[in-house]
Design a binder for this molecule. Structure first.
Ligand code: PMP
Length: 464
């Protein structure tokens, strides 16, 4: 029965047999999480881990937050239903709060069950409002893997197929570590990307619906252009009536410490026309949504999009979660503890670490090999070593070589220090391993053999 600890190797075997081959799971021996508390989780073998990834940023405040558990249990004990055909006071109250927090004037809110579905809905709105299926997305972007969202996801290795119903052009600006604009100053970078955007619009010639962008690219490896980039873009977009969609699935809810939303780092141009959110708001419950100006939100002709859209139980849980976040100033905690954690990781000054970047508790650690090339193998090996040491982290990046650190926003200073120590030890072990590899097997330092290996390709196909 479900209360008995399962045999991990048997469960892995059954999982592989019954789920699609492309359903990625972390670790050579995947983990079954059985419970959590605060910033810690336990697996079915009773091993405890400090959680520095929160299930890809889905645990926003803390594991097993009593207020959320209570709100969900109370609602579930009264009625579990999901139809948008009936009123729900928790849904209305959550929508009111999110509309207010969004910074979008005259905002309306529509709930979905995931970030992918939120971006689908945002594209449905933008393309319908503008009567065009031509959209702009950023290079290195990730917005989901449904039929529409693969069309705006910038890296083919993150897409299950190359077919898409959208016409998409990709804009420069999300990544600065590579590319023709890498060496420019902030102001020059913004000017170059903006000129490139204008050039692109000149080439399209026709009506463009929207630009969709992550303020900080998540799956892309926690990378971004300089503050103010989207303000410069928005001035160009506004001249053409093109909508700006800010995908806040990873950057929302104070995650970046400095701001409640990622778009606020570009605030001089005002708020986006459409904002999408998901992940953290539900603290693990399936919830996403779209915020848009009423004029845009109300442009659709039909009745609804799905049966599901902010059920009483998910919205009750999300409300309790949001209340906790605001009452305890977890955005401020993210800023303070994020700075502490980034500082500790930078101070370690490890040769394999090319850059520690980030904002608040959204920290990317980019890894390279001894010749300075992106090293997916180092990231994969660090992930395994961290797990052995009792620390869960994530990875991402175009080359699969960026560690992603995104703990629950209630992380304490002691936990940050403990996690930094574990991560640094994991990096040292991975480093030692790669040095051993390089001295025993010269073929691993030859990029023509390492870059194209099956193992490396599978590492690039990072989950979400
Ligand atoms: N947008 C961004 C920026 C994301 O990071 C993700 C998921 N990693 C999505 C959209 C898709 O969200 P979901 O997995 O909830 O469908």
């Amino acid at each position: 029965g479900p209360s008995e600890p399962s045999n991990p190797s048997e469960l892995i075997h059954r999982h592989r047999a019954v789920t699609p081959s492309w359903l990625a799971v972390y670790y050579a021996e995947p983990i079954e999480l059985t419970h959590g508390e605060g910033r810690h989780v336990w697996d079915s073998q009773g091993r405890r881990y400090l959680d520095f990834f929160g299930g890809i940023l889905t645990t926003m405040t803390a594991h097993a937050l009593p207020e959320v558990t209570k709100a969900v249990a109370e609602q579930a004990s009264r009625i579990l239903h999901s139809s948008t055909l009936y009123l729900s006071s928790s849904m209305v109250e959550l929508a009111e709060q999110i509309a207010e927090l969004s910074g979008i004037p005259d905002a309306k809110v529509f709930f979905t069950t995931s970030g992918t579905e939120a971006n689908d809905a945002a594209l449905l709105l933008a393309t319908s409002y503008r009567r065009s299926n031509q959209v702009l997305a950023m290079r290195n972007s990730y917005h989901g893997r449904s039929f529409t969202t693969i069309g705006i996801t910038g890296n083919s290795s993150w897409s299950p197929t190359s077919l898409s119903p959208l016409q998409t052009l990709y804009v420069h600006g999300g990544v600065r570590t590579r590319g023709p604009f890498a060496e420019l100053s902030d102001a020059e970078f913004i000017a170059a990307c903006t000129a490139d955007l204008e050039d692109l619009l000149g080439q399209v010639g026709g009506n463009v619906a929207a630009l969709i962008a992550e303020p900080i690219q998540g799956v892309g490896g926690f990378t971004s252009g300089p503050d103010g980039l989207f303000a410069a873009f928005k001035r160009v977009l506004d001249r053409h009536g093109i909508l700006w969609i800010s995908d806040e699935v990873q950057t929302g809810w104070g995650r970046t410490g400095d701001h409640f939303w990622g778009w606020q780092a570009h605030a001089e141009a005002g708020p986006p026309d459409i904002l999408t959110f998901a992940k953290g708001i539900g603290n693990g419950l399936s919830m996403g949504g779209v915020v848009a100006r009423a004029e845009v939100m109300d442009c659709l002709g039909a009745n609804s999009i799905s049966t599901f859209g902010g059920s009483p139980v998910t919205t009750a849980g999300a409300l309790a979660n949001l209340r906790h976040l605001l009452d305890h100033d977890l955005q401020g905690n993210s800023r303070r503890i994020g700075a502490l954690l980034s500082g500790l990781l930078r101070a370690a000054d490890l040769p394999m670490v090319r850059e520690v970047r980030g904002r608040g508790l959204m920290i990317g650690v980019e890894l390279v090999d001894s010749s300075g090339e992106p090293s997916a193998a180092a990231a994969a090996s660090t992930l395994e070593h961290a797990r052995e040491l009792g620390l869960l982290i994530g990875k991402g990046g175009l080359a699969g070589n960026v560690l992603r650190i995104a703990p629950p926003l209630s992380l304490t200073a002691e936990e940050a220090a403990e996690g930094a120590e574990l991560l640094i030890e994991a990096l040292r072990r991975a480093q030692a391993e790669s040095t051993d590899r390089a001295t025993t097997d010269p073929s691993t330092t030859d990029p023509s053999t390492t870059d194209r290996s099956t193992a490396d390709r599978s590492q690039e196909r990072d989950p979400v």
